[in-house]
Design a binder for this molecule. Structure first.
Ligand SMILES: Nc1nc2c(ncn2[C@@H]2O[C@H](COP(=O)(O)OP(=O)(O)OP(=O)(O)O)[C@@H](O)[C@H]2O)c(=O)[nH]1
Ligand SMILES: [Mg+2]
Length: 312
């Protein structure tokens, strides 16, 4: 039932409709896909920026300040904060995490948290759908905040036009970031908390590692920008680096390519989800449970049970 969301109101950026629409698709209500299909032709205008990095790096603080900066340019900003904590245990990962209080009351800013656990479908699907709703509603900039500790930052890189990885001097020598796979997804780095000791060394070591990335004169060279987000220092530089990246994407033709690639994985994800749901019916689940002991006792193998399930 999609009777409660008025698309025309949503398109005119009515906040209640935006909030309702996001809940509607987040809860996977009947009609959510049809609703998103209707909305699709109104999307594609917003610029999508992913902000990721280790816990406590200052992502929310930075997102807050960036939103404020974009507001000063008269742009409307949607923020999707992907919360790594379970909706059941609740609470924050860290005691001192920041609320986005500077922009919370602003009519031109819409903030939505989404829980990464406890949801049925993939997180990337939901965040993309929420972003589509904000996009259709007329938000010019969409900021995704996600903690870079697992799959979620890869998902975000698959949903963003520009991915910013936030590190701090304590993140050490950049090797850690490389291990965590953050190097591959970063369009550029922010070294936040540069008011703390070790900032310049950290910048240098990230730059050194970046130098190892294969590149030629036409490719994008990721850089490192220093900031002290809590003081608002470096925010304009970050915004201009995002802009520079956006210009690069557009001029090089990478923008279309990137979005096409994202669409491809988006459609694959929709289909995989559907297959999963139809495949794992009660019969197959029962068969699997039934055969587990035999696999444990080595009288059957995982492969032949998988074959049987596929043929069933
Ligand atoms: N010294 C210093 N502290 C900062 C800076 N930026 C943010 N902080 C502080 O760092 C703490 C964590 O900031 P958040 O913005 O919540 O960090 P986060 O990355 O969003 O944290 P999670 O979402 O929990 O992963 C807060 O106490 C901030 O005030 C900075 O540039 N310098
Ligand atoms: Mg945060």
């Amino acid at each position: 039932m999609n009777t409660t969301i008025d698309i025309q109101k949503l398109l005119s950026c009515d906040r209640r409709s935006v909030a309702r629409a996001i809940s509607f698709v987040e809860n996977e209500n009947d009609g959510a896909e049809q609703f998103l299909s209707e909305l699709y032709k109104h999307t594609g205008k917003a610029y999508r920026i992913g902000i990721t990095g280790p816990p406590g790096a200052g992502k929310s603080t930075l997102t807050n300040k960036l939103a404020k900066f974009y507001r000063s340019q008269d742009l409307k900003v949607g923020i999707i904060a992907v919360d790594p904590t379970s909706p059941f245990t609740g609470g924050a990962l860290l005691g001192d995490r920041i609320r986005m209080n500077e922009v919370e009351m602003d009519e031109g800013v819409f903030i939505r948290s989404m829980a990464s656990r406890g949801s049925l479908g993939g997180l990337s699907k939901k965040t993309r759908e929420a972003a589509d709703i904000l996009d259709a509603a007329g938000f010019d900039i969409i900021l995704f905040e996600t903690v870079g500790v697992g799959q979620s930052e890869l998902d975000i890189a698959g949903a963003a036009d520009t991915t910013v990885v936030v590190l701090v001097p304590e993140s050490g020598d950049g090797i850690q970031a490389m291990k965590a796979g953050l190097m591959e997804i970063a369009d550029f780095f922010v070294l936040n908390k540069s008011d703390r000791p070790g900032a310049d060394q950290a910048v240098m070591s990230i730059k050194m590692i970046l130098g190892f990335r294969p590149h030629d004169e036409h490719s994008w060279m990721a850089d490192v920008v220093k900031s002290t987000a809590s003081e608002g220092v470096g925010i304009e530089k970050i915004a201009s680096e995002i802009f520079r990246h956006q210009e690069y994407l557009k001029k090089s033709g990478e923008f279309e390519k990137r979005r096409a690639k994202q669409l491809r994985s988006r459609i694959e994800e929709i289909i995989n989800d559907k297959f999963k749901i139809t495949f794992w019916n009660t019969d197959r689940k029962q068969l699997l449970d039934q055969e587990l002991l035999k696999i444990l006792s080595r009288s059957r193998t995982p492969y032949d049970v998988a074959e049987e399930l596929l043929k069933k």
